[in-house]
Design a protein around this ligand. Structure first.
Ligand SMILES: Cc1cc2nc3c(=O)[nH]c(=O)nc-3n(C[C@H](O)[C@H](O)[C@H](O)COP(=O)(O)OP(=O)(O)OC[C@H]3O[C@@H](n4cnc5c(N)ncnc54)[C@H](O)[C@@H]3O)c2cc1C
Length: 304
């Protein structure tokens, strides 16, 4: 059923925030794949106070609500999103770093900003997420990370809005972190801010390590085309990219979407791809890997 969001509703959302509220905004402008149809309404709060207010309003009014950060792990439907999409990335987000290594970060802070600002104050522990182009909120939902560690490693607690509109602080033990999953993976929560406890270290060495990770990633990943990182999760005992390559899928195409020649677990938008091209290609790759390698790959990216 289509959501009724008339002019009155849009005005009510506007009255909750100074940031932009745009009916029919293209999701392609807010996802790193550069694909996706229009959001019924896209709201970009100016700050965390507005974010909280508009999300609580949506929960109270039972408006379907989708939160996105940098849109770097999502595939937005070509038919658009029938609800309110709130983008946390563009607003002013607070980051407080304390002497004892406690850090409070709003969900809209970019990981790179978080890591570099903490490093410049002599705190490390987040090298595992260096080079990941997402926000703190998106990273917590996905439990983003690499072989060097995950965002969950240094988390103490997360402040959220629950599906009933309450603000709660949840301790790490209750957050269900696992490989690329968390309590929040199924939706139903707004991650507002995250509290980390970071180990002290040599700031210069931490920054040098971050630069090394960036250089290595630039050589490994197809960053010259729009993409959303790894398409599939790592299967038991192996790497999805190796299986996809062995199955002969590199260079496979549907429309403007192509399995990267550089890294087989990346699908790139070579120009003019739609989200349907990407999802059709995902299904082709999955079927080929199942037939030839006997492995069922699990999607890491989130379909919106
Ligand atoms: C070039 C490239 C390389 C990448 N490399 C890695 C990597 O090495 N490791 C890795 O783990 N990932 C990687 N990714 C994927 C992606 O960057 C991470 O998953 C990142 O943490 C997603 O953050 P985001 O802000 O973009 O989230 P989005 O893509 O915007 O959202 C991801 C999910 O989180 C939800 N969400 C976002 N913010 C909130 C919030 N505040 N409250 C509630 N729900 C929210 C969304 O609804 C969606 O379900 C890569 C992506 C790219 C493009």
């Amino acid at each position: 059923m289509k959501t009724t969001m008339n002019a009155e509703f849009i005005e009510a959302i506007r009255s909750n925030m100074k940031g932009s509220v745009v009916p029919g905004a293209p999701m392609s402008a807010h996802t790193t794949y550069r694909t996706g149809g229009a959001a019924k309404i896209l709201a970009v709060p100016d700050n965390s106070w507005e974010l909280e207010r508009v999300c609580r309003f949506a929960v109270r009014e039972r408006i379907p609500l989708v939160i996105i950060g940098a849109g770097s792990n999502v595939i937005a439907a070509d038919g658009g999103i029938d609800g309110l999409v709130v983008c946390t990335k563009a607003g002013t987000a607070a980051l407080d770093i304390y002497e004892d290594g406690t850090v409070a970060a709003d969900c809209g802070i970019m990981l790179e900003d978080l890591i570099r600002r903490c490093a410049s104050r002599g705190f490390g522990g987040l090298d595992g997420v260096a080079g990941i182009p997402g926000t703190v909120g998106g990273a917590v939902v996905m439990n983003a990370g690499t072989d060097e560690g995950n965002i969950s490693d240094c988390i103490e607690s997360v402040e959220v809005i629950t599906s009933s509109g309450r603000t709660e602080t949840l301790a790490k033990a209750d957050l269900g972190f696992g490989y690329r999953r968390s309590l929040f993976s199924g939706g139903g929560f707004v991650v507002l801010r995250v509290r980390f406890k970071l180990p002290a270290g040599d700031g210069r060495a931490i920054l040098n390590n971050i630069d090394r990770v960036w250089r290595e990633r630039a050589g490994k990943f197809p960053l010259d085309y729009p993409n959303a990182g790894s398409v599939f999760k790592r299967p038991e005992g192996g790497y999805a990219g190796r299986l996809i390559e062995k199955a002969g899928c590199k260079g496979m195409r549907v429309g403007g979407a192509m399995v990267s020649e550089r890294h087989a677990n990346f699908i790139v938008n070579t120009g003019g791809a739609t989200s349907s091209d990407i999802t059709a290609l995902i299904e082709k790759v999955r079927a080929r890997v199942r037939e030839t390698m006997g492995v069922d790959l699990e999607l890491e990216q989130i379909l919106l």
